[in-house]
Design a protein around this ligand. Structure first.
Ligand code: HEC
Length: 147
């Protein structure tokens, strides 16, 4: 339950950040992978807001967000494959030292999205913990901590 609440808080926070994260990023490949993550963030934010009741539940919108997550998860390996860096990037070199694991974690995100039942808000709520867990697992290993 605690994990679930944390995820909801994360979703709400992410939904509230409307600024462009790619501002000032020089490297085009880094910008492109940030855009993929931005898509992941937006879809997760929408699902989180619906799960929390901050956004009216809409099964079509939820299904769209789920599909966007599946699509973006599939884009992650190609977007990160080249070891590109930029001062604004929060990606860790460990990604390219543990490439197979990084790919596995991208797959886990896609799988959690696949498993999400978006037909009712209760099911979205039930699946958010697993979904959020896949973000956290990858960020913990492969992204600079921002806290
Ligand atoms: C397979 C690994 C992986 C998974 C899974 C993953 N992320 Fe990320 N994410 C990253 C990495 C690496 C970065 C840093 C990219 C950079 O700055 O170059 C990042 C960056 C971000 C950013 C900041 C975007 C930016 O401008 O850099 C957000 C927001 C984000 N992720 C949200 C999410 C959410 C929400 C989920 C889960 C639904 C998720 N991520 C799942 C690896 C992952």
């Amino acid at each position: 339950m605690k994990k679930f609440l944390v995820t909801l808080a994360l979703g709400a926070t992410l939904a509230g950040t409307g600024f462009a994260m790619t501002e000032g990023v020089e490297n085009e490949a880094v910008k492109a992978r940030m855009m993929v993550m931005d898509g992941v963030k937006n879809a997760t934010g929408a699902l989180g807001a619906m799960a929390k009741g901050e956004m009216e539940f809409d099964a079509d919108k939820a299904a769209e967000a789920r599909q966007a997550l599946i699509d973006h998860a599939a884009e992650i390996p190609a977007a990160f494959e080249a070891q590109e860096m930029d001062p604004k990037s929060t990606a860790l070199p460990a990604i390219w030292e543990n490439w197979a694991d990084f790919e596995e974690k991208a797959k886990a995100l896609g799988a959690a999205a696949e498993e999400l039942d978006t037909s009712a808000v209760e099911w979205v709520q039930a699946g958010m913990g697993d979904l959020g867990g896949t973000c956290a697992a990858c960020h913990k290993a492969y992204r600079v901590k921002k806290d």
